[in-house]
Ligand binder design. Structure first.
Ligand SMILES: NC(=O)C1=CN([C@@H]2O[C@H](COP(=O)(O)OP(=O)(O)OC[C@H]3O[C@@H](n4cnc5c(N)ncnc54)[C@H](O)[C@@H]3O)[C@@H](O)[C@H]2O)C=CC1
Ligand SMILES: C[N+](C)(C)CC(=O)CC(=O)[O-]
Length: 493
């Protein structure tokens, strides 16, 4: 199996295939995609543009160089030289079995083939393949480029090595693999989603609630708490200090009451019309693309919030961002170290703007923190160095706000080293608006080298120590920047 995936072959480029393309490309993997839809190029580029925008805001510290997208002329052309294949064909078992057999014939036998099916059994999907051991379900969630969950389910012939490889690979893309222990139709998540959806359709069918009222019942209540704790942990907490046992004793008996229905209502023309008309009213003329943008922005807000908590999907994101940072290449060798270094730039995202209409204060710290991360990457603080416990922590920051910046502005950070020793780096970052070069903020920081395993300060070592010393020497002749060493005080004090 491939140790590094450089090229991915995608078959089917609809909602899910295009979402996979975006996630793979943003991870620096080249993608060849086959879809007979003549509009595939435009559709895939549209999804990619949305994903790019979302990722710049979700991981502003920087991303790998984007992979290249190629529109393939056939299934075979898409997969022939791929190191990994993901099938996202329409949910039809006969079509998937047939095309998975073609993919199997056209790829190297060691290439893992993932299927995006949301409910078909992998044992049946692999039935026409000569190498069925490399077929695994990797069931994603829409939008694939933002939601981390991917359900992994093997069929009878799938090897354990394939399942493990797929889990590792999807993790490397920033996803959270969930192993489905037993092969069942609909896996885990869609069983839950369908149960809710069946009930929702009954409530519309019986005239109890409109589509909007049902969505409100979710988004103002349980939906908010599901996003970080799910059902069981939330109900444990709802049991009070006695926890789950008390919760089950109190609310378990109601499960036997005939509240919910196991059979979905018949999708009669009347019910389809009612659901579609109510859904149109609910959308109020907002286009699907605009709804996608609202959905993506809200997901970014939730994921960013959870990242701050280092919890649930936020932990997945934080781990991924750390892994990306450790892998990003240091800046090019031809950097002139005798001048302040330009190592980081970022657009100002719409949700960084506050009620005063400009970038809110804590976002400046975020941008300066990302700039410090870029400096550490430049100093060769890589995955190995971090794994050995070496890192610099920021122990003091002084930010000056000198100008306003608005959504869409591009900001460029430069970094001057004011001093350094074996443990400390004294840095001065300046943040300029790219359009007119105006300096909008500065940050002076003291970084302390720490052994992350003990939490104690200590001397840097290896390549980072040598690079800090060389950089500090190269910049020693620079004049101190305006504002360096400034303290906060009332005028004249
Ligand atoms: N839409 C969703 O919410 C989710 C869908 N899935 C699964 O992902 C798969 C794809 O679903 P969607 O993207 O939603 O469907 P879709 O209808 O948006 O896309 C399917 C694409 O396959 C293309 N196609 C048809 N025949 C083809 C062929 N012979 N070769 C290559 N491409 C072909 C179509 O032109 C279309 O672009 C299904 O298995 C579905 O169950 C999984 C998770 C969520
Ligand atoms: C509707 N669906 C069954 C295809 C949905 C999924 O499989 C997952 C999702 O994104 O909701």
């Amino acid at each position: 199996m491939a140790t590094t995936v450089r090229k991915a072959g995608l078959v089917g480029g609809g909602v899910i295939g295009a979402g996979w393309a975006a996630r793979l490309l943003l991870n620096g993997i080249d993608v060849a995609i086959f879809d007979p839809d003549p509009e595939i190029g435009r559709k895939a580029e549209t999804v990619l543009a949305g994903a790019r925008r979302a990722w710049q805001r979700l991981i502003p510290a920087g991303l790998p160089a984007e992979g290249k997208l190629r529109l393939a002329s056939s299934v075979e052309d898409a997969v022939a030289d791929a190191d990994f294949v993901q099938e996202s064909l329409p949910e039809r078992e006969d079509l998937k079995i047939d095309i998975l057999a073609r993919i199997d014939r056209a790829t190297r036998p060691d290439v893992v083939i993932g299927s995006s099916t949301s409910g078909l059994l992998p044992t049946r999907l692999q039935s026409g393949m000569a190498h069925p051991e490399r077929l695994v379900v990797g069931h994603p969630f829409n939008p694939v480029y933002l939601l981390p969950l991917v359900e992994i389910c093997g069929g009878a012939a799938t090897s354990d090595a394939t399942k493990q490889w797929a889990a590792d690979f999807y993790t490397s893309l920033g996803m959270h693999p969930l192993h489905v222990r037993k092969e069942i139709d609909g896996f885990i998540a869609d069983r839950l989603l369908e149960a809710l959806w069946r009930e929702a359709l009954w409530l519309v069918n019986d005239g109890i609630a409109t589509t909007e009222e049902i969505d409100d019942a979710i988004r103002y209540g349980a939906g908010l708490r599901w996003s970080f704790m799910g059902t069981f942990l939330i109900y444990r907490v709802a049991g009070g200090e006695a926890g789950m046992r008390h919760f089950l004793a109190q609310f378990g008996p109601a499960l036997k009451l005939p509240w919910t229905k196991l059979e979905a209502p018949e999708l009669t023309d009347a019910l389809v019309d009612r659901v579609a008309e109510q859904s149109d009213d609910q959308a109020g003329g907002t286009s699907i693309r605009e709804l996608e943008r609202i959905r993506d922005d809200a997901l970014i807000a939730v994921l960013s919030g959870l990242r701050g908590e280092d919890y649930g999907a936020g932990k997945t994101l934080a781990d991924y961002a750390r892994a990306v940072m450790a892998k990003l290449p240091a800046a090019a060798n031809e950097v002139d170290e005798t001048k302040p270094l330009a190592l980081h730039e970022t657009p100002v995202a719409a949700d960084w703007i506050d009620y005063n209409g400009h970038m809110t204060e804590h976002r400046y710290l975020q941008v300066f923190g990302d700039t410090t991360d870029a400096l550490l990457r430049y100093l060769s603080v890589d995955a190995d160095y971090l794994a050995n416990g070496g890192s610099w922590y920021t122990v003091e920051t002084h930010i000056r706000h000198l100008g306003e910046t608005k959504a869409g502005d591009r900001l460029t950070a430069t970094t001057q080293i004011l001093g350094a020793d074996e443990k400390r780096i004294h840095v001065f970052h300046s943040l300029a608006r790219a359009s007119d070069g105006a300096c909008v903020a500065t940050a002076e920081q003291m970084l302390l080298h720490v052994d992350a395993r003990t939490g104690r300060g200590g001397p840097a070592s290896g390549a980072p120590a040598a690079k800090v010393a060389a950089l500090a020497k190269a910049q020693a002749g620079l004049a101190p920047p305006d504002g360096a060493g400034r303290r906060i005080a009332m005028p004249g004090k």
